[in-house]
Design a protein around this ligand. Structure first.
Ligand SMILES: Nc1ncnc2c1ncn2[C@@H]1O[C@H](COP(=O)(O)OP(=O)(O)OP(=O)(O)O)[C@@H](O)[C@H]1O
Length: 317
């Protein structure tokens, strides 16, 4: 920890300004990203495959060259102060680095040395114990199961006591036990003041873990919000009623509801918040009955992540 951490005027853990990235192939992976990640928070970058999450965190971690724009880590520029910013960051990548003849303990201990830090067996032991790797400390990495290798990747990322930990798709293909251990570890680290940034394409994962969520789609940061506020926006469900007789217009008393009539007049679509105790569905159905509007079929539908992104992007325009 630096002496200025926790101060109200301390720089953000990560500050990204006007960042653009176009790969050599011509693919625009990031467009005009502005983002501030606060110290000590758990921030989830949520987006579908190919949205640009890995590109963004790889730039912050110094693994991919930024195109245009500025990225600062604890106030230090990632290019001008590369060594400094890299030493503040721990990264658990999506891909497993496999097949090492080195032992678990040495791998984690060497990783610390790569950042120019002195040996610290107490810290390494703590990290290995936290990740249930202590019993395996003398195993060669190549002999470990996939789950254990993933634990080693996390241990390596923590070896140099980073202030900011990046987890790229941390639970993709991970067993329940590791998932649980990982979340416990994340909460412990947060308790120590570590900033945690994770990428995910699961709303549930972002919901379970994060203080704030940034939604990214097609290289654009669509919105950044407190988890509670965002989950409210994402919790919309749709009820679709197929009518017995087509309607030409909605009765006046129904106009105020979040209700749409399809163009052909055969369907009514009602949007409601599944997180609210009173969805309004019962009232709607009884009002329809009062108006003599009968339906032959109904079904409900919860917006998929993809649709939510589409609607969020649309709302932005
Ligand atoms: N080295 C590269 N060269 C060219 N294009 C790339 C490169 N790396 C990624 N891309 C492309 O950039 C876009 C963003 O990829 P990125 O891996 O950042 O997305 P992501 O949100 O992390 O997706 P995923 O969850 O699938 O990892 C994708 O269209 C991807 O194909």
């Amino acid at each position: 920890m630096t002496e200025d951490s926790g101060r109200a005027d301390a720089p953000a853990a990560v500050s990204v300004h006007a960042l653009n990235k176009t790969y050599a192939s011509g693919l625009v992976a990031l467009s005009d990203i502005d983002l501030e990640i606060r110290r000590g928070e758990i921030f989830a970058l949520l987006g579908p495959n190919g949205a640009g999450k890995t590109t963004l965190i790889s730039i912050i971690c110094g693994l991919v060259n930024p195109g245009e724009g500025q990225v600062r880590v604890n106030g230090h520029d990632i290019i001008a102060d590369y060594r400094k910013t890299r030493s503040l960051i721990g990264l658990v990548p999506q891909e497993l680095a496999t097949d090492s003849f080195e032992t678990v303990h040495n791998t984690v201990s060497f990783s610390r040395g790569l950042f120019g830090l002195p040996r610290n067996d107490v810290h390494v032991e703590q990290v290995l114990r936290d990740l249930s790797l202590w019993e395996k400390r003398n195993e060669q990495i190549k002999n470990l199961s996939g789950g254990m290798k993933r634990r080693v990747m996390i241990a390596k990322a923590l070896a140099h006591e980073p202030e900011i930990l990046f987890l790229d798709e941390p639970t993709a293909g991970v067993d329940v036990e590791l998932r649980r251990d990982m979340w416990a570890l994340v909460h412990r680290l947060r308790g120590q003041g570590v900033t945690i940034i994770l990428t995910t394409h699961y709303i549930e994962e972002a919901e379970e873990m994060a203080d704030r969520i940034g939604v990214i789609g097609q290289g654009r940061l669509i919105l950044v919000d407190e988890k509670q506020a965002l989950m409210k926006k994402l919790g919309r469900k749709e009820l679709r009623l197929h009518l017995r007789e087509p309607l030409t217009t909605l009765p006046d008393s129904l106009q105020a509801r979040d209700l749409e009539l399809s163009e052909d007049g055969w369907q009514l679509v009602f949007h409601y918040d599944m997180r609210k105790e009173h969805s309004g569905v019962a009232e709607l159905l009884s009002e329809l009955e009062d108006h003599g509007i009968a339906f032959s079929d109904l079904h409900t539908h919860q917006s998929s992540l993809e649709e939510i992104f589409v609607s969020l992007v649309k709302d932005k325009r």
